[in-house]
Design a protein around this ligand. Structure first.
Ligand code: IMP
Ligand code: MG
Length: 184
């Protein structure tokens, strides 16, 4: 169900063309991902590392579906330069305080688009000598020409349109929507 036009206007002045993934579909898939992740990590220490801000809702739903001990921390990355194109020059604004060495690291991302963010973060995180490093992406656009590490866990293959909601933003708006919608 879409929020009323009035509430959308307050949020960002736009109306969505369509809901791409509804609440129920997302919840079902997140449960499956939780089961897959639980099964994939039989032993060792697991650190689930959420890339802010986009992963905040997905991560909080996902960790509650993982049935084994784990720790949670976050990364805040920023691209140099503004604009709508991902520049690929990613630097860390917030670095996890948790020790990464010797742990299974699961990097959780909202969406893999050009893949530049993942590529840069994978390089950075590998320098910390984790026991293993994998990526879990809620959405994958399959646009990236080269991925340093293909996401082992993917929620949905995404249409190649701009998506908002369930953590994803457009100019910081729409992150709170409980579903994923296309803006155009
Ligand atoms: P990449 O480096 O091009 O893979 O970009 C990844 C980041 O760009 C994601 O973590 C998102 O924050 C943002 N992004 C890419 N595509 C979308 C979209 O369709 N909607 C909202 N944010 C997006
Ligand atoms: Mg964004």
């Amino acid at each position: 169900m879409l929020p009323s036009t009035a509430s959308l206007k307050q949020t960002g002045g736009r109306e969505f063309a369509r809901i791409v993934f509804d609440e129920e579909t997302i919840a079902r898939r997140v449960r499956e991902l939780g089961r897959d992740i639980t099964a994939a990590y039989a032993d060792g220490e697991l650190l689930v590392l959420g890339l802010l801000k986009g992963s905040f809702i997905f991560l909080s739903d996902l960790v509650r579906r993982i049935d084994r001990p784990l720790q949670v921390d976050f990364l805040v990355a920023a691209s140099y330069g503004e604009g709508t194109m991902s520049s690929g020059n990613v630097r860390l604004l917030y670095d996890p305080e948790t020790e990464l060495r010797g742990k299974h690291i699961l990097l959780v991302e909202d969406i893999v688009d050009t893949g530049k963010t993942v590529n840069r973060l994978v390089t950075l995180l590998r320098e910390r000598a984790p026991e293993s490093l994998e990526v879990c992406a809620l959405l994958h656009k399959h646009l990236a020409e080269h991925l340093a590490l293909a996401p082992k866990f993917v929620g949905f293959d995404a249409p190649r349109v701009f998506l908002v909601g369930y953590g994803l933003d457009h100019a910081e708006n729409f992150r709170h929507l409980p579903y994923i919608a296309s803006l155009t």
